[in-house]
Design a protein around this ligand. Structure first.
Ligand code: SF4
Length: 354
């Protein structure tokens, strides 16, 4: 998996593309003009590991709330999501937005495009062009018959060429569909065509359970091919869940480290302890840890430590007792009712180690 080298852009202090770590994005679902609620949710997203937050700018009240939101949440860059109205983009730039998500081909006459490009250039603000399969131009739909990866790429390139015509190159692109194979193909084609950084996502992916799977398959397949610079998991649910899922996808591909990893066996006929409740308790305990440790919760003493040899610390259950092991080596044998307590003590020790 050799990542494609894309042009580097900066969204506030976050480097995107050009070999920078893949960043996680999410989007608030508060009313943007409710400054307190929006800033609070941005804080939750940041705490969960989000690098860049997108906020909807549907009207001027929302656009004028940006500077106040940024005062409350200065550490995390904000992308303003704007459709059609170039005045909202200009106000968002004045208010200190860190990037715009706007399709220049939808702004209207060229003077308006030039005004947005000029403002973005002056403040060195990148523009993300976002093409969705569900809202392709009529002319493209007529020509292709229905949304296709090629039509999505052609649509994105029209917007790209419009910005390039005005010497604007701080561009990021997304080509989202809720159909996973179509999304994968569209990003592959785009990646072969331009060097701009790509923002990956499966749009309208669904609820937390089904959307997680679709996103993991689509985003994961692309990242595994070295395609993608930022990711957003779109879920019908709490956006904090989006960040957690995105982090797990990046962790699964060894692209980023986000706190601890829990390794737990699926249980089988050898399991003699209530492994499910033990694994859940360990997962809860790990939620507050930032250190990237690997903790294993295994069902049997015969295979457990060996199967989880790479874990920093782990337990393996037996009948009425369990083993605590570290890197596959057994540390001690403890009664079953003390297993969790002893494991947590060992985790505390690892946390304290430099
Ligand atoms: Fe079964 Fe032991 Fe493997 Fe768990 S670790 S699945 S209990 S063999």
């Amino acid at each position: 998996m050799k990542p494609k080298t894309t042009k580097q852009i900066w969204i506030g202090p976050v480097a995107v593309g050009g070999g920078a770590p893949i960043s996680v994005q999410s989007m608030t679902n508060t009313r943007t003009e409710d400054v307190q609620a929006t800033a609070a949710q941005i804080g939750q997203l940041r705490d969960a590991g989000c690098d860049i937050v997108r906020i909807a700018i549907p009207d001027m009240t929302a656009a004028k709330a940006i500077s106040e939101i940024k005062q409350l949440q200065p550490q995390i860059p904000l992308v303003g999501d704007i459709h059609f109205d170039y005045r909202l983009a200009l106000t968002a730039v004045e208010q200190g937005i860190d990037a715009l998500r706007i399709n220049p081909g939808n702004i209207g006459d060229e003077a308006k495009v030039i005004a947005v490009v000029k403002a973005a250039k002056q403040r060195r603000i990148p523009i993300r062009i976002g093409v969705n399969a569900g809202s392709l131009e009529k002319e493209l739909l007529m020509r292709y018959g229905h949304p296709t990866p090629e039509a999505m790429v052609e649509s994105a390139l029209r917007h790209v060429r419009l910005l390039e015509k005005h010497d604007f190159y701080d561009i990021k692109l997304s080509l989202k569909a809720n159909d996973v194979p179509m999304t994968i193909k569209a990003y592959q084609l785009m990646s072969e065509t331009v060097d701009y950084p790509l923002h990956l996502g499966i749009t309208e992916a669904g609820t937390v359970s089904s959307g997680t799977i679709k996103s993991a398959v689509g985003i994961g397949a692309l990242l595994a091919q070295g395609i993608g610079d930022t990711v957003r998991v779109s879920l019908t649910g709490d956006p904090v869940e989006e960040v957690k899922v995105a982090a797990e996808i990046l962790k699964a591909l060894n692209l980023r480290q986000y706190g601890p990893t829990l390794v737990s066996c699926p249980t089988c006929g050898r399991t003699q302890i209530n492994l499910v409740s033990i694994a859940e308790a360990v997962e809860k305990r790990l939620a507050s840890i930032k250190k990237p440790i690997k903790v294993a919760v295994m069902g049997c003493v015969v295979n457990g430590p060996g199967e989880a040899r790479e874990a920093d610390i782990g337990i393996a259950g037996g009948r009425e007792f369990g083993l605590i092991f570290r890197k596959g080596e057994i540390l001690k044998k403890v009664p079953e009712d003390k297993l969790l307590e002893e494991l947590f003590k060992e985790i505390d020790k690892i946390e304290e180690e430099a």
